[in-house]
Each structure stands twice: as structure tokens, then as C-alpha cells.
Design a protein around this ligand. Structure first.
Ligand code: A2P
Length: 264
């Protein structure tokens, strides 16, 4: 299943998260398993400090470049026009790719820490626009952006963000930014869609999973999918990698969606 971004570039409906994968052997096994199971979106970030091993792992699989969708992110210390361009080049080399499918700003500079936060974000965004115009990235976007950050960015941007990746899982439903992104045709992605694994012991999740004869992880992921948000579950365990992409066509009821939303 794919979504179409606002620039008509297609993006897979589920992705594979790589946060906390730190070892080459583990990366090789996990990425190979993920591609075999049908994931094609691989979500990375320079902050994860594993771009080299993910790049090597992708190379070892011999995957057809056109058939995978690789995402990267610029970290906070690299904000600004020149620094972002330099950071992108490092990322591209480490991942051993000619182009990235999506490149995102990892966190906005916020008013809490920077007086000139809006200018910093605008400059970082200008670098992403340049990379996009040069064909080095197929889509550009942001992560963890609130409405005020997007509104401010709009004032100087030539290109609208195509993606916004935020924390999104049962119990954490950022309703305002979700509605805004739906209206503005900004595709949302979910980081930690399993609540970093902690949601899987939740009684509400387990009860709903039992009713559908699915696992708690599958219920959390389906909750994202039914909201048309792209989940990016991370796992290095073969059985779980498979389980997380084998959601099947079961549907959560409106009542169940609501119960999951309201988990505290
Ligand atoms: P592991 O990598 O050891 O398999 P999130 O994507 O929300 O950040 O969650 C990642 C955490 O959830 C990891 O600790 C991962 O463990 C665990 N995890 C991923 N998929 C499953 C699953 N299907 N069942 C149980 N735990 C899972």
C-alpha cells in the first residue's frame, strides 16, 4: 500500500525504523529480513549514529535502488543553510546513495531555546529546498513540528513540507497537528508506533488484540494505518519484523479506535 505525497511521489504505507540498531551484524540481519518481508521504506537519521551500518546493510542485500525508499534526517546541531547542506552530503555518503527519497528536519528550533528560531528553521528549510530542486532528494519534510512552526515556515518557504513525522501511537494522539496536516495534505508518519514497546503490555491494547486474534503490536500499528499515518516500527527480531508488516485486513471499530486513543 502506498500514499501519494503532495508532489505526487509515492511513499510506502508502512516503514522500518532503525533507531537503536547499533551493530553491523544486527543491521544486516534486520534489513535483509525487513526487505524480504516486504518493507521498502527504511527510516534513518544521523542522530541514530548508525548510517554507515545501515548503508552497508542495504548494500549487502543488493536491493534494487528504485524499489526502496530511504529517509534521512538532519540533526539539531546541523541546522542552518550551509551546515544542513554539509550534513546531507555526509549522510548521503554514509548511506552510500546517490539520492535520498525523503530528507527531514529532525526537530524544529523552538522559541524556548532560540530567539531567532523562525529564522533558523527557515534557513534549514531553504537548504532542503535546494537539495530537492537539485534532485538529490525526492521529497522533503519535517519531524516534530507543531502548527506554529509550520505556519511560520510557510511565510518564507517556496515548497511546502510533504511529510511531518511525530510521536504517534495509542495513548499519544496529537490531534491538533494531525487535523492540520490532514487538511494541508502533509503526510504524517509515526515514530515509536509501539510506544517503544511499552504499549504492548497495556490491558486495553491486549484486550482488543485478543478480540481480533492479533498481537498487541499489530493493533497499535493498525490504529496508525486506519488514521492514514505511516507507522515506522523498529525491531531486530525476525518474528516481530514479520508480524509488524502482516497486519491483514482486520479493522478496528470506531469504538476501539477511540478506546486506544484515550489510553493514559
Ligand atoms: P526488538 O527490536 O528487540 O524486537 P517502537 O518502534 O515503538 O520504538 O518500538 C520498538 C521496540 O518494540 C523495540 O524494543 C522492539 O524490540 C519492540 N518490538 C517491535 N516489534 C515488536 C513486536 N511485534 N512485539 C513485541 N515487541 C516488539
Amino acid at each position: 500500500m502506498y500514499y501519494e505525497l503532495s508532489n505526487h511521489w509515492k511513499i510506502p504505507g508502512i516503514g522500518f525504523g532503525t533507531w537503536q540498531i547499533v551493530d553491523q551484524q544486527e543491521a544486516d540481519r534486520a534489513i535483509e529480513m525487513a526487505l524480504q518481508c516486504g518493507y521498502s521504506l527504511i527510516d534513518t537519521a544521523s542522530k541514530y549514529k548508525n548510517e554507515e551500518i545501515i548503508g552497508d546493510a542495504l548494500k549487502h542485500t543488493g536491493a534494487d535502488r528504485e524499489k526502496i525508499f530511504v529517509e534521512g534526517k538532519v540533526w539539531n546541531k546541523d541546522r542552518g543553510f550551509e551546515k544542513t547542506l554539509a550534513a546531507f552530503e555526509k549522510t548521503r555518503k554514509k548511506l552510500q546513495l546517490d539520492y535520498l527519497d525523503a530528507y527531514l528536519i529532525h526537530w524544529p528550533a523552538s522559541a524556548l531555546f532560540y530567539e531567532d528560531w523562525a529564522k533558523i528553521n527557515a534557513e534549514t528549510w531553504r537548504a532542503l529546498e535546494k537539495l530537492y530542486e537539485e534532485g538529490l532528494v525526492r521529497a522533503i519534510g519535517v519531524c516534530n513540528y507543531e502548527i506554529e512552526h509550520l505556519n511560520e515556515l510557510e511565510k518564507s518557504a517556496n515548497i511546502k513540507p510533504m511529510l511531518n513525522q511525530v510521536e504517534f501511537h495509542p495513548g499519544t494522539f496529537p490531534e491538533e497537528i494531525y487535523r492540520y496536516c490532514c487538511e494541508e495534505n502533509i503526510q504524517m508518519q509515526a515514530w515509536s508506533p509501539l510506544g517503544n514497546g511499552q504499549l504492548l503490555e497495556n490491558e486495553t491494547v491486549k484486550k482488543i488484540a485478543g478480540k481480533h486474534k492479533k498481537s498487541p503490536a499489530q493493533v497499535c500499528l493498525k490504529w496508525c494505518v486506519q488514521k492514514q499515518v505511516i507507522p515506522l516500527p523498529k525491531s531486530v527480531t525476525p518474528k516481530r519484523i514479520q508480524e509488524n508488516i502482516s497486519l491483514g485486513d482486520f479493522l478496528l471499530t470506531e469504538e476501539e479506535m477511540k478506546q486506544l486513543e484515550e489510553i493514559v
